[in-house]
Design a protein around this ligand. Structure first.
Ligand SMILES: Nc1ncnc2c1ncn2[C@@H]1O[C@H](COP(=O)(O)OP(=O)(O)OP(=O)(O)O)[C@@H](O)[C@H]1O
Ligand SMILES: [Mg+2]
Length: 241
């Protein structure tokens, strides 16, 4: 079990090389970043700059070719596959561009299924309802995904990711498939989650206007960190809506 404290997650000298020989791609090159709880961290960068690769490595879905990831007091490279799976399952929530909800489960069942990984079933159903209410979907509990809008499906996905109270919430282009207004609502929700819970929220986006909303801004280009800045009074996204 990996216990995370507020120092949270750090990457040191992380390099990730895919393929071999002529087909070799350096997706990340000597990356150093720190991820803190109560922070809304934004990762910006052009397509192919290594954003998803970094997210996957921070979340224990992939391992670096070299370098270290430390989560709390644990070095992820020292974990066995089983321990890494356990880290991912209990400490990390993921939100993707295309929701990935289970189509034949209702909104509340989708969330409860995730919650049941870490708590008894009865409690999981209660927590699911509570989380869906928090994301403004109290009136959609029993709807199937096909009857929900894109923004609503993404809210369900956020509630699902938060069900296990993760130390780290990793979001890869969470507004990428949504119109700009709906996307801003989703990003506002994520920023609020970062500021009001102990979950460290990391959002990858193409939307450069999010830079001013970040507590921490990481800009990648060609697999390298070209900006790593801290903003103690970020813009509140909700005020744009
Ligand atoms: N599994 C893989 N095998 C080979 N190359 C990969 C793999 N995953 C990523 N890459 C390469 O690594 C580089 C970084 O990819 P990554 O997906 O991290 O970029 P990104 O910043 O998330 O891009 P986008 O904004 O388009 O999602 C790219 O050149 C990509 O082609
Ligand atoms: Mg990507």
């Amino acid at each position: 079990m990996v216990a995370l404290d507020t120092a949270h997650i750090s990457a040191r000298g992380v390099t990730r090389i895919f393929g071999t020989g002529h087909a070799q791609v350096t997706a990340l090159s000597d990356v150093d970043v720190n991820i803190h709880s109560n922070n809304f961290t934004v990762i910006l960068g052009p397509s192919g700059s290594g954003k998803s690769t970094l997210l996957n490595i921070l979340g224990g879905m992939d391992r670096p070719t070299s370098g270290r990831i430390t989560a709390g007091d644990k070095a992820l490279e020292s974990l066995s596959e089983q321990e890494l799976t356990n880290y991912r399952r209990t400490q990390v929530g993921f939100v993707f561009q295309f929701y990935n909800l289970i189509p034949n489960l209702t909104a509340s069942e989708n969330v409860a299924l995730a919650a049941a990984l870490v708590m008894p079933h009865k409690e999981a159903a209660h927590v699911a309802k509570q989380l869906l209410e928090e994301v403004g979907l109290g009136h959609r509990l029993n709807q199937f995904p096909r009857h929900l809008s894109g923004g609503e499906m993404q809210r369900v996905a956020i509630a699902r990711a938060l069900a296990k109270k993760p130390a780290l919430l990793l979001c890869d282009e969470p507004s990428g498939a949504l119109d700009s207004k709906t996307g801003l609502h989703i990003l506002s929700q994520l920023q609020r989650t970062a500021h009001t819970s102990n979950t460290a929220v990391v959002v990858v986006t193409h939307d450069a206007s999010l830079a001013s909303s970040a507590n921490r801004l990481i800009r990648l280009a060609d697999g390298k960190v070209v900006e790593n800045s801290v903003n103690s009074s970020p813009e509140i996204i909700e005020e744009r809506l």
